[in-house]
Every structure is written in C-alpha cells, then in structure tokens.
Design a protein around this ligand. Structure first.
Ligand code: SAJ
Length: 455
C-alpha cells in the first residue's frame, strides 16, 4: 500500500483480530507518534490510541501528521502490520504495556492542568489486564504517578465486579519523562537516554525491559517522583538561565554594552559555562510551562521556588521590553509608535519551526496594536495565527502573514526581528528598511547604528 492509497475498507476502529500489539501508546502527538515509530523500528507491534478520530484513518492511509515523521515510515509499519491506531480504549487490553503521552498544559490561572492525563488513565482502567505495565510520559509535578494515576488504576470496579487492584502486584506502573525535541536532527527518541522510575522495583524492571526494545540508553531511578522532578529540573535549568541572560541584556542596554559580544566572549570558556542567548521571551510548550508545575506543587510543602518565580517575571517582561525598545528607536527617528507601520519578522517561538504556542511574538503583536501601531507580520512557517492551544490571534491584519515584498519593506517605519528563521534574506531587509530592531542577533558582527538597533 502506498501513502496515497485509498483508506482501507475497515472502519477506523475495527482492529484485525490477529493484531496483537506489545505496546499501546495513548496520545499520538509530537511525543506519541515518534515513540510509536521508534518501537516499531525496533520490531515491536504498536497500537496507537487517540481521542482524535482522524488519527486512525491517517494511520491506515500511511500518512504522518507530525513534521519529524515521514509518511513513508508510517506506511511501512502499517503495511508490515506493526502499527495501527484506534479511538477504542478497550483495545489496550491486547497490549503488554500502555504508555500515556498526552498534553499537560497550564490552565487560565497558570496552574497544572492534568485533565487529559486523568481522562486517559480513567479510559485505561476498565481495560487494564493482570500484569500489564502502564507508563506515564507527560511532563508533570512530582507525585502525579503515585497520587493521581495509582488510585485510579487500583480502584475496584463494582459495576464490573472487579475487586481493587494493587500496584506492583496486579499491574505495574512507572514514570518516564519524554525528551522529544521537535526538529532536532541529532537527538531523537531512540538515541536520547531515557529515565525510568517505577512505583516498585518490579515496576521499574518492567519499564526498563519495555524501553530496551526501542531506546539505546535507559537510566532507572528509585521512584517515579525522582523521574518526574528530573524532567522539570532539566527545563527549569533552561528557563532560569535564559532569564539570566535576558536580565543581562536589559542591564547591558543601560550600560551601552553589547550583550551578544559579552555572551560570545563568555562562551570562549571551554569549561564551567553553558551558552544561552537573550531574546524576546520564552515560547513553546515546555520551557515557559514546566517550571510552574514545580512551583505549584512546592507550595504544598510551604516552599516558595524563588528562582522559578523570578525567572518567570523576567522572561514574561521581555515582550514589554521589546516594545519599549522599538518605541525608543522610532522616537530616535522622530516617529511615534502610535500610527507607525511596524513589520514583525517571525512569530514562531524558535527558528525554522511552525509552532507559535506561548510565543512571545503573539504578545508583542498584541502590545503593538494596543499602542496604536499599524502592525503586520511575516513568517514563512506561519501563514496564519489561529486560535487554540491557549493562543488568542491578534486582530486583523496582524493575524495573517504578509508577503515580504520590497513594497512592504519600504512601507515599514520599523522592522522587528523576533524569530531568526534561516530562509530570510536579513541583509536585504537591513538595506531596504529605514529602521531594523534585532532581538535575535541575526546581524551579529554588524555594529548598532541609527538604522540598526539591537536587544
Ligand atoms: N530561548 C532563548 N534563549 C536560549 C534558548 C532558548 O530565548 O538560549 C527561547 C527560544 O527562543 C524559545 C524558548 O526559549 O522561545 C524555548 O526554546 P528551547 O530551545 O528550549 O526549545 P523547546 O521549547 O523546544 O524545548 C525543548 C525541550 N525539550 C523537552 O522538553 C523534551 C528542552 O528540554 C530542550 O532542551 C530544548 O527543546 C532544546 O534543547 O532544543
């Protein structure tokens, strides 16, 4: 079957009786689908389970919905009978192990939102089989596996006449954080070390044996809390260090020192230093969000995570700092921000990807509109800013990408470089525009001038 063949006649949830998966993966997103393919690459038969009915159909059509996974790979594993997907949770009864990889966002009050994890666990519980292993991969606060998943999976089911179960005896449960970095061509699911922490030693052993079928290196730890916390720590480390360089950037502006030169000079130190760069703020579904899973849980222990709070304050201030800087640059050209035509270059949260969740560019577009600027954006990866995933699109015309024509460039009073996409001709832009404000150091080596301002 080729990736473009017509969908099979089988209804999307009717799995062939002969389909006996070793592992079921609940949640076929940027973590679940690569994980499914990695297990299938290792020879395992994999069942994908997702609440989105399009996923089983796309799977049967041999079509990928994740940028890093080629459709040919999906088609190969489907044709070989190693991968199918369904929306029917009862099918997990066929698998030896079940992995949960569903989103863990923040709610409107910036607090952990485990509704999808709980829903997945409650959908699994009635079909959990004796001896089966369940692993949670979603990033979450320390204690989730023990305090949320265990009671749901152990609870008796009076209606079904099933008595309570005991974790580590009747079934196994572990936590193993996902470490997927979308777009990373060096590190992938197979070669990135996997941390695993079981509710009991037997649970850990089962989880290690499961991942050994797909991942090169496994690092067992003594408890799920250890694994849950280490994942948060990995990303808090990034968040806090990015905040540090963002604070340095604001100080350097006052001291009239080039922060990029300072950081590049520091990076000549071959040991004891790790390079982070300032920018317009933190985007993505991990770095801006994960730290608040820990600070929320820490309050239960009367503990205030000062570094996380301070880093959050500094990083969330960066969009305001950027607007202040472009206002200052226009002022130096005797132009007010109100009524100025501002062209924002890049809305994705980092270079060469299309994802703009939590992207500071969205906040900056909103602030510019509130300040009365006539703002538009261009991003080759983001033709339109759509709602959903916590994103509120800016008002038109700042909600759709404009073409990067010379007319557009000439019309701009200021250009703001917010995402350093590779495919943009930065030199041409600098030459064509009266004022460019660079927040990503795309003009490294070109000194600041009255037409080139920098973070
Ligand atoms: N950012 C900076 N300065 C930096 C690095 C990043 O401002 O020095 C900004 C980016 O522009 C972006 C945000 O921070 O807006 C997050 O960038 P990121 O490079 O951390 O990329 P993410 O969000 O895709 O983070 C993922 C994480 N992967 C997982 O959680 C499994 C993170 O742990 C990885 O370290 C990161 O990818 C990576 O290294 O690429």
């Amino acid at each position: 079957m080729t990736a473009t063949s017509a969908p099979h006649q089988i209804p999307d949830d009717a799995l062939p009786e002969t389909f006996r998966p070793e592992v079921a993966i609940v949640g076929l997103g940027y973590v679940g689908l690569p994980l499914a393919m990695t297990f299938a690459d290792g020879g395992a038969t994999v069942l994908g389970v997702d609440v989105d009915p399009s996923k089983p159909v796309l799977t049967r059509n041999g079509t990928s919905w994740i940028e890093d996974i080629p459709s040919e790979l999906v088609a190969t594993h489907v044709d070989a009978g190693r991968f199918l997907a369904t929306t029917d949770f009862s099918a997990i009864a066929r698998a030896d192990a079940v992995i949960i990889a569903v989103p863990t966002p923040l709610n409107r009050n910036r607090e952990p939102d485990l509704t999808m994890v709980e829903a997945a666990t409650r959908s699994i519980a009635p079909h959990l089989q004796p001896g089966q292993l369940v692993v949670l991969e979603s990033t979450t606060w320390p204690g989730t596996t023990r305090e949320i998943l265990t009671p749901i999976l152990e609870a008796a089911d009076e209606e079904a006449g099933r008595p309570a179960r005991v974790v580590g005896v009747d079934f196994h449960l572990a936590y193993s954080p996902e470490r997927v970095d979308p777009g990373n061509t060096t590190w992938n699911t197979k070669n990135t070390p996997k941390v695993v922490g079981g509710m009991t030693p037997a649970c850990t052993e089962k989880a290690v044996a499961l991942y050994a079928r797909a991942v090169d290196t496994i690092h067992p730890v003594s408890a799920p809390e250890t694994a849950e916390l280490e994942k948060l720590f990995e990303n808090i480390f990034r968040n806090v260090n990015i905040a540090l360089v963002n604070e340095l950037a604001m100080l350097c502006e006052r001291m009239d020192i080039d922060v990029w030169e300072v950081i590049n000079a520091a990076a000549t130190k071959p040991f004891g230093y790790m390079k982070f760069l300032p920018g317009p703020g933190l985007g993505g579904h991990c770095i801006p969000i994960d730290p608040f899973y820990l600070s929320w849980k820490a309050r239960e222990y009367d503990f205030s995570t000062e570094f996380i709070e301070l880093a959050g304050k500094i990083n969330s201030n960066m969009p305001y700092h950027c607007v202040r800087l472009v206002r200052q640059a226009l002022d130096a050209h005797s132009k007010a921000l109100r009524g100025a035509r501002v062209l924002v270059l890049g809305v994705a949260y980092k270079k060469d990807i299309a994802d703009y969740r939590e992207s500071s560019a969205i906040k900056i577009l909103e602030l510019l509109q509130k300040a009365g600027a006539d703002v538009v954006y261009h991003d080759p990866f983001v033709p339109e800013i759509e709602g959903g995933h916590g994103v509120t699109p800016p008002a038109a015309p700042a909600n759709v990408s404009v073409d990067l024509t010379d007319a557009e460039l000439a019309r701009a009073d200021a250009v703001m470089v917010l995402t350093d996409h590779s495919g943009i001709d930065w030199a041409h832009i600098l030459a064509a525009c009266p004022l460019t404000v660079d927040f990503r150091n795309v003009y490294a080596g070109t000194p600041k001038s009255d037409t080139l301002w920098k973070l």
